[in-house]
Every structure is written in C-alpha cells, then in structure tokens.
Design a protein around this ligand. Structure first.
Ligand code: 0X9
Ligand code: ZN
Ligand code: ZN
Length: 305
C-alpha cells in the first residue's frame, strides 16, 4: 500500500497517481508523455486550478537516477502537499491559481523497478547497448548540452555512460519532447536528485557563468535559507561545475539553454552518512524542508511572470 513516509514500489506509485487524479479531478490531470525502454508509462501529473486560458507552468521531475529513492518520495510528497494546501496555504493557493505545476514522479521507471527487484544501487536506465553486455545509459548525461564532453563516459559499462547520442534514451527523448512542446509556458525546470545537500544551477558542462548567474544564485541562496530554517539542514548553492563537478549532458543545462531560465537541480539529504540508503524516518523531514525551498523558487518565478 502507498505511504508518503515509505519508499513506494512503482506499482504502488502507479495506483497512487490514478487515485490522486481521480480524487482531485478539479486540480490534477494525468498525461502519459511516452513509454520507457521496457514499455512502462512515463506519467506527468498537471496540478493547478483549472482555468479557461493556458497558464504558465513549472516542470519538476523525480527519479532520474534509480537508486535516489528520496527523490521519488519528494515528488509524491509535493503532489499531496499541493492539493491539501490549496485553499488553506495562501502561497500554494496563489501559485496554483496562477500557474500549473507539471510533476513527473518517476522518470527512470525501469531503473526504479530494478532497484526494488535486483540491485538497490542501480543508477542508469535499463536499455541494451550494442556490442556490450553492460546495460543502461546515465540519463543525466544524455541531453544535448555539451553532450559527453566532460564528466561522462563513452563506455557502456560506466555509471556515467552518455549513450550513443543526445536523447538516445527513449526516456530522455520523451522528456525533452514534452518540454519542447510546452516551451512557451514552462518558466522553471526543477529536477530532484540525491544526495549531497546542494542546490545547483547551470552550468555543469562548462565553468562559464550562465547569463542569469546572479539571479539564479540569489534565488538558490534564498531557497537554501528557507530550507535550513526548518531543521538546520545546510545546503550549498552554486553552478554545477564548480560546486559538485563538471558533467555534461544534464537535463538542467539543456533546459536552461532551451530558454527555461529558472533551471535547478536539487541534491537532497544526506551528505553521505546513509547516502542513497536514507532511512524512511528521514522522508518526512526531508520533504517538509525541501517544500520550503521549492516554494521559495516558485514564488520568485511567479513574481517574475
Ligand atoms: O551527476 C549527476 O547527474 C548529479 N549528481 S548525482 O549524484 N545525483 O548523480 C548532479 C547533476 C548536476 N547537473 C549536471 N551535471 N548537469
Ligand atoms: Zn542523481
Ligand atoms: Zn506539510
């Protein structure tokens, strides 16, 4: 059964998405943006007050990397908070009145299933690679942003294999197609990873500063202090390359270069004590503090529409 304070299986997440959409049909609509390599649906939940005209939107995904289970947990938490806080929390109400939030709760569905059934530490997709017995591509090295020029590998057995071309993975292509199709309304792109407690923004494929560096940094610092205000969890903010490591082909850099100015990667708890095996007892505090940071970014985006 589904629980917000447990790491749910794909099957429980799938049923949960259906019940959330059915129970909140005035606020949530479901769209399948394509299927994964193994044929599972990539589901986007559009959350917002229904309106006659097209609304500007924020896009958020979770579960790029299969083993980063706190990421998947956060998207589910966010969807629930959004629908329950609407009408009582003034910021959430104003956000969902003015904007839609597209949430992709599980990007790398095949990988996530594999972490439950075979290998808890799996990271990549599960696609076959020609001429190799190693499976999978790192989806966060598979986007068209300095693709495979730094911090990525051409070896299919590597954890950071960039694939045969940008968007060679069907999951990356499905996401990129959806964002391209909705490019005129998407004002922010947020992608949730773990771990290391960082709030990153472009660029990671180069040390050059983004044109919007100062604003992106100011918003990241504001979001990080909002997060810290709840339990004292310290986040480091900065561009990917100097803050975590240079790594090309990420979805954040790709979305930014496409024109989505507010492009952020969260690296949630912790700093390595448990790493990817973050205990379920930390789901609630991690999600509650992260909500404050995401809402801070959303408020800034809204203010600048
Ligand atoms: O390496 C990554 O893809 C991310 N770290 S993780 O430990 N979750 O794998 C960081 C992504 C930062 N952004 C880019 N490299 N574009
Ligand atoms: Zn990751
Ligand atoms: Zn709450």
């Amino acid at each position: 059964a589904h629980s917000y304070t447990k790491y749910n299986t794909w099957s429980d997440i799938e049923s949960w998405m259906n019940s959330m959409a059915t129970a909140n049909s005035d606020m949530i609509s479901k769209e399948v943006i394509g299927n994964t390599y193994e044929g599972r649906p990539m589901v986007v939940l559009k959350i917002g007050k229904k309106s006659g005209s097209t609304k500007p939107a924020i896009f958020m995904d979770c579960g790029f990397h299969a083993r980063e289970w706190i990421s998947h947990a956060f998207c589910q938490w966010f969807v629930n908070e959004a629908v329950t806080a609407y009408g009582s929390d003034s910021q959430m109400t104003s956000l969902l009145d003015q904007m839609d939030v597209f949430v992709l709760p599980v990007f790398n569905v095949d990988g996530y299933v594999f972490t439950h059934t075979n290998n808890r530490m799996w990271r990549k997709t599960r696609s076959r690679n020609a001429g190799s017995s190693c499976l999978g591509t790192d989806p966060n090295r598979n986007f068209n942003a300095g693709w495979c020029t730094t911090g990525a590998s051409t070896n299919p057995c590597s954890e950071t294999y960039c694939g045969t071309a940008p968007e060679s993975e069907i999951e990356s292509k499905n996401l990129a197609d959806f964002i391209r199709k909705n490019k005129s309304i998407i004002k922010a792109y947020i992608t949730i990873h773990s771990y290391s407690q960082m709030l990153l923004f472009p660029y990671s494929y180069t040390y050059e500063l983004a044109a919007d560096h100062d604003e992106l940094m100011a918003v990241a610092k504001g979001a990080s202090s909002a997060l810290r205000s709840l339990y004292g969890t310290v986040y480091t903010s900065g561009p990917g390359a100097p803050t975590i490591y240079p790594a090309a082909g990420g979805s954040d850099d790709w979305a930014y270069d496409l024109g989505v100015k507010y492009s952020y990667t969260f690296e949630l708890r912790d700093e390595g004590q448990y790493g990817f095996l973050l205990p379920e007892s930390q789901i609630k505090p991690t999600c509650e503090e992260t909500m404050l940071a995401v809402k801070y970014i959303a408020a800034h985006v809204q203010k600048n529409l």
